[in-house]
Design a protein around this ligand. Structure first.
Ligand SMILES: Cc1cc2nc3c(=O)[nH]c(=O)nc-3n(C[C@H](O)[C@H](O)[C@H](O)COP(=O)(O)OP(=O)(O)OC[C@H]3O[C@@H](n4cnc5c(N)ncnc54)[C@H](O)[C@@H]3O)c2cc1C
Length: 219
């Protein structure tokens, strides 16, 4: 079943909700919510489907403050295997409502859902990419750093090998890197201050025997 054509997104700024068709990506929901000073609980990529993401639980870039996307669902439109179209809410179908929000991929065909939006107008965020040869220092430093920051700052760490493709910045092509992603809902100056210890990981270290670059930060 292709859901691509079910791509409507409607925001209700008074109720702070969005109704999303099964074919809409997070990027479209973000664009529709932002003019009202609102945001959905999307994940790391704007091209991922908002409904399928939420059916799997959805742990996104504001997760420490707001939790799982599935916990902000108000109602779901579902066609179950018996061919019945249902509006699923906590009052009308409590068990199906519970099961769909996390285990939803196998309980029916979800054609759309209504979610609550959060009042987030600005983000300070991005990613700092470290040379993979410094993985030990970076993971240790990152873990210590996470204990010091408030829950208005959510972060994640990924170890990945970038493909050798011309679309990528030269310093990342074909390299093993450690990427630390940060999203902070406070102001930019405070974000800078909170992130400074991350940027400083490895500062002052000498070039190691493992062939690391002189500085662990690549971009
Ligand atoms: C680049 C990228 C970044 C990501 N970042 C995050 C992140 O930050 N946090 C996070 O929690 N997850 C993240 N994910 C995982 C993402 O939540 C899941 O891959 C999610 O299932 C994506 O849906 P899709 O539309 O891309 O995939 P699809 O392959 O279309 O769907 C995934 C599953 O859901 C089923 N399904 C799809 N639509 C429906 C529907 N309408 N009704 C019933 N079942 C349906 C499909 O049959 C399939 O089993 C990321 C994924 C990618 C590719």
């Amino acid at each position: 079943i292709a859901t691509r054509a079910l791509d409507s997104v409607t925001v209700d700024p008074v109720r702070r909700t969005a109704r999303i068709g099964a074919g809409a990506s997070w990027g479209r929901v973000i664009e529709a919510a932002a003019p009202h000073g609102l945001a959905p609980l999307n994940g790391s990529s704007p091209s991922v489907g908002a409904v399928s993401y939420t059916l799997g639980g959805g742990l996104g870039i504001l997760a420490r403050k707001f939790g799982y996307a599935a916990d902000h669902v108000r109602s779901l439109d579902v066609v179950t295997a018996d061919g019945t179209a249902r509006r699923v809410t906590p009052e009308r179908e409590p068990e199906l409502f519970w099961g769909l929000r996390g285990g939803g991929h196998r309980l029916g065909m979800v054609t759309g859902l209504e979610i609550a939006l959060v009042a987030v107008e600005r983000l300070y965020g991005g990613s700092i990419v470290f040379d993979g040869a410094w993985a030990g220092e970076v993971v240790r430093g990152y873990l210590e750093w996470t204990r010091t920051v408030p829950d208005t700052l959510t972060s994640s760490l990924a170890a990945l090998v970038h493909p050798d493709l011309p679309q990528l910045p030269e310093e990342l092509r074909g390299r093993y890197v450690i990427s630390v992603r940060v999203a902070f809902t406070g102001d930019a100056a405070e974000g800078e201050r909170l992130v400074a210890p991350l940027r400083a990981i490895g500062a002052g270290s000498v070039r190691g025997s493992h062939g690391a670059a002189d500085s662990p930060v690549l971009s």
